[in-house]
Design a protein around this ligand. Structure first.
Ligand SMILES: [Fe+2]
Ligand SMILES: [Fe+2]
Length: 325
């Protein structure tokens, strides 16, 4: 049996539990929150007053905080890239009956609310050059991404586990910072999105756990491979008008580090929590190469910790066109 066939078999086996997984990790559409639940109602006579209040509160927020919120929004808005990517994973077929494609569509449908809500907030906030934001969004969807997973389900589910945890942290921290400026509406938006991300993270962590049960050697090697390559953020190709591909990402990331919305320490902490979730230390009965991978992974957080202590974050704020006139 080839490695490839084992992966397909594992995917087919997990797929049998798809009804249970969908119910456990995603919410019924008509009970789910929608962006309009958190925004002023434009057919309400109070609408303009509420928008004025939103704009007053938005003035209390720093440019760095807006930049991070915009970067997070654009990351969410690039959802078409993620859906098409995930639909191409081995074992996932785009037909109505395939359980995995049902998962991807249902997950995408939940995720789509995030960019929709944040985009509307930015538009109403009065602080943002929307056209520049929209140009960056169009560029990012146009440029795609390279997350180095290939079409391998094992590598992809490592990536999505990591990424859902990262977005959970980032939205949660923006919520806290917004609340500190008195912006409770924005805080509520980011917190509710963070809640979705936490649920999604649990789902992908569960998928990987199940793969470990069936195919521990290959799952361990896939995890090692992803961590050796490093998990890149989905918006790593971010740019603004006039720039080349990816030239804005480091500036966005610096803002996020400065505000401690998403830091190198968070990367290390996510890795540690995943190693624990998947009980990596205790996995045995695997091939020698996977034993070595396990030892590499268990030593990795300390190694990254030593490197992170040497990283300096630029203090000077970059001028983002998103915040220009
Ligand atoms: Fe999201
Ligand atoms: Fe997500």
């Amino acid at each position: 049996m080839t490695i490839n066939n084992t992966r397909l078999e594992v995917m087919e086996t997990i797929e049998k539990s798809m009804d249970e997984l969908l119910t456990k990790y995603l919410k019924p559409i008509e009970e789910n929150w929608q962006p309009s639940d958190l925004l002023p109602d434009s057919k309400d006579s109070q609408f303009f007053e509420e928008v004025v209040e939103m704009q007053e509160l938005a003035k209390e927020m720093s440019s760095d905080l807006f930049v991070v919120l915009i970067g997070d929004t654009i990351t969410e808005e690039a959802l078409p890239t993620y859906e098409t990517w995930l639909m191409n994973i081995e074992g996932i077929k785009q037909d109505g009956k395939n359980g995995w494609s049902r998962w991807i569509r249902a997950w995408t449908a939940e995720e789509n609310r995030h960019g929709d809500l944040l985009n509307k907030y930015l538009y109403l906030s009065g602080r943002v050059n929307m056209k520049e934001v929209e140009i960056s969004t169009q560029h990012l969807i146009h440029d795609g991404f390279d997350i180095q997973t290939g079409h391998d389900p094992y590598r992809n589910f490592v990536y999505t586990s990591f990424q859902e945890l990262a977005t959970n942290i980032s939205h949660r921290r923006v919520a806290t910072l917004a609340r500190k400026t008195g912006n409770n509406r924005l805080a509520k938006m980011c917190a509710i999105i963070a809640g979705d991300e936490a649920r999604h993270a649990n789902a992908y962590i569960d998928f990987v756990k199940r793969i470990f049960d069936f195919d521990p050697t290959e799952m361990m090697l896939a995890l090692e491979d992803m961590m050796k390559k490093k998990i890149v953020m989905p918006a790593h190709f971010l740019r603004q008008s006039g720039m080349g591909i990816g030239e804005l990402f480091a500036h966005f990331s610096d803002s996020a580090q400065r505000l401690e919305v998403y830091t190198t320490q968070d990367y290390i902490d996510i890795l540690k929590s995943l190693l624990k979730e998947w009980s990596i230390e205790d996995i045995s009965g695997i091939k020698d190469s996977a034993e070595r991978a396990r030892d590499y992974l268990m030593a990795l957080p300390d190694r990254l910790q030593r490197i992170s202590e040497r990283i300096k974050i630029p203090e000077q704020e970059f001028e983002f066109k998103w915040m220009g006139v």
